[in-house]
Design a protein around this ligand. Structure first.
Ligand code: PMT
Length: 402
C-alpha cells in the first residue's frame, strides 16, 4: 500500500462513521489517502475527523476557491476510488451521469478503478431502480461490494450493511492489483507499447495514433502484482510507470532489436504496441522537396514481426497479443492468434471514440488458444489490464506448457 493513492468518497448514511476506520487503516498501511464528502455525509461525521486521520484536508465543496479544480486534481491523483458507504442517491447519480456535487463529479472524471460499497435500508437496496443502477455500473466495470445482511440502523433486518473494514481494504488492494500471493510475483514480464515511427526522410515519418496508454497500464498493473517488468515503448508522452524498467525506441526495427536482445529474459510477453507493418523501402538522406511534383509514390517494405520472432524463443514465453480491428474484431483476432502462435489475444474494437487508440477506456474480447472468449464491457484501460493479467495468471498458475 505504501504511497498508493486512494480517494475515499463518503456519502450520507449512518455507516459513514465506518469510513473513518477505512481511512485510518489505509493511512496506517502507508497509502496516501484523500477523502471527499457529500453534504449529507457531513451530517454524520465531521470532515475534521477524516482530516485528522489522513493528515490531509477533506474535499467537500465544488466551488471552493483554489488553484486547481478539485474534481480534476482528485481524478489525476487517484489510483483507485472507493465510495463507502454509497447511498442509493449517489449510485443513481453515478449510473445516470448526474454531477451535482464534488464526489459525483469526481466519479465522472476518473479513469482509475472505482469500487462502490452500497449501504442502505434493505427495501431501498432491493428496489428495482437501485438494482438496475448497480447492474448498469457493474456492466461499466465498476466493482460493487455486496452489502452484508444483518440488523440495520433503522431496526429492520436484511441485506444493506456496510461490510467489515477488512473486506473494504481487500477490495482496494484487489483494485490496485496488490494481491501478495499473485502467481506473477517474481515473474519477468516484457510489454511493448505505443506506436512506432517509420522515417521517410529526416523530418517525416509514417505512424499511427497509439498513445501507449494500454501498454503502460499493463506494465504498471504487472509491476503492482510483483512482476519484474520491462516496457519497450515507442514514442509517447507518458511518464515511466513506477517500478518498471523502460526502454524507449522509435521504429519497428528498433523495437524488434531491443526485444530480441532481451530474449530469454521474459516469462510473459505482451504485445500492446501498434507496430507499423510497413516502412518506407528507402529513407531519404535529406528532406523530400515538393519542387515540381504533383504526386509522390512511396515504396514500402515489411517490418520485422516482433511477436512472431518471440514465438521462436527457446524457452518460449507465454505470449499475449493485441489486435486493433475496425471490422469483425473477433474473427480477425482469432486468425492472428493462430498465425502468430499466441496464447491469448485481446481483440480491440477501435471503431468508437471510447475504445482503442488514445481513449482512456477500452472495449475488448480476450480470446484464448482453445477457442475460449471473454467479452468485456467498456472499462478503463487500467481495468482491462487487470482482466488481461487475471487470464495470464490463470495460465501461469496452471503450469501448463503454453
Ligand atoms: O496506445 P493506446 O492509445 O492506448 O491504444 C491501444 C492500442 C489500440 C494500440 C492497443 O490496444 C492495440 O490494440 N494494440 C495492437 C495494435 C495492432 O493493430 O496490432 P496488429 O493487429 O497490427 O498486430 C497484432 C499483434 O502483433 C500486436 O500485438 C502487435 O503488437 C504485434 N505486431 C504487429 C506488427 C509487427 N511488425 N510486430 C508485432 O509484434
Amino acid at each position: 500500500m505504501r504511497d498508493r493513492r486512494v480517494v475515499i468518497g463518503v456519502t450520507g448514511g449512518i455507516a459513514a462513521y465506518k469510513a473513518c476506520e477505512l481511512a485510518s487503516r489505509l493511512t496506517q498501511a502507508g497509502a496516501q489517502v484523500r477523502v471527499v464528502m457529500t453534504d449529507n455525509a457531513q451530517r454524520f461525521v465531521s470532515p475534521l475527523t477524516f482530516a485528522t486521520l489522513t493528515n490531509h484536508s477533506v474535499a467537500t465543496d465544488m466551488w471552493a476557491e483554489r488553484e486547481e479544480m478539485a474534481h480534476i486534481s482528485l481524478a489525476d491523483f487517484a489510483e483507485v476510488v472507493i465510495v463507502a458507504p454509497a447511498t442509493a442517491n449517489l449510485i443513481g447519480k453515478f449510473a445516470t451521469g448526474i454531477a451535482d456535487n464534488l464526489l459525483a463529479t469526481t466519479l465522472l472524471t476518473v479513469t482509475c478503478p472505482v469500487v462502490l460499497a452500497p449501504a442502505m435500508n434493505t427495501r431501498m437496496l432491493e428496489n428495482r431502480v437501485v438494482q438496475e443502477n448497480l447492474e448498469r455500473l457493474r456492466e461499466r466495470g465498476v466493482t460493487i461490494i455486496e452489502p452484508e445482511a444483518g440488523r440495520l440502523a433503522c431496526g429492520d433486518t436484511g441485506p444493506g450493511r456496510l461490510p467489515a473494514t477488512d473486506v473494504l481494504v481487500e477490495a482496494v488492494e484487489r483494485a490496485l492489483g496488490l494481491e501478495t500471493d499473485s502467481p506473477l510475483a517474481g515473474r519477468r514480464v516484457l510489454v511493448t507499447a505505443g506506436p512506432t515511427r517509420e522515417a521517410l526522410d529526416p523530418v517525416r515519418f509514417l505512424s499511427n495514433p497509439s498513445t501507449g496508454k494500454m501498454g503502460y497500464a499493463l506494465a504498471e498493473a504487472a509491476a503492482a502484482r510483483g512482476a519484474e517488468v520491462l516496457l519497450v515503448s515507442g514514442p509517447t508522452e507518458l511518464a515511466d510507470p513506477a517500478g518498471v524498467e523502460v526502454v524507449r525506441v522509435m521504429s519497428a526495427a528498433e523495437m524488434h532489436d531491443v526485444v530480441q536482445k532481451r530474449s530469454g529474459e521474459a516469462d510473459v510477453f505482451i504485445g500492446a504496441a501498434a507496430v507499423a507493418d510497413f516502412r518506407p523501402a528507402r529513407v531519404e538522406a535529406s528532406k523530400i522537396k515538393k519542387a515540381q511534383r504533383t504526386e509522390l509514390t512511396l515504396s514500402l517494405e515489411r517490418t520485422p514481426d516482433i511477436i512472431a520472432a518471440v514465438a521462436e524463443w527457446e524457452p518460449r514465453p507465454l505470449i499475449v497479443g493485441f489486435a486493433a480491428e475496425t471490422e469483425d474484431p473477433r474473427a480477425n483476432a482469432e486468425r492472428k492468434l493462430r498465425e502468430k502462435n499466441m496464447d491469448l489475444i485481446v481483440a480491440n474494437d477501435v471503431t468508437d471514440d471510447d475504445s482503442g487508440f488514445g481513449a482512456d477506456t477500452n472495449r475488448v474480447t480476450i480470446l484464448d488458444a482453445h477457442g475460449g472468449a471473454e467479452e468485456l464491457p467498456t472499462m478503463s484501460k487500467a481495468e482491462v489490464a487487470g482482466r488481461v493479467l487475471d487470464r495470464v495468471q490463470e495460465l501461469v498458475a496452471s503450469g501448463d506448457d503454453y
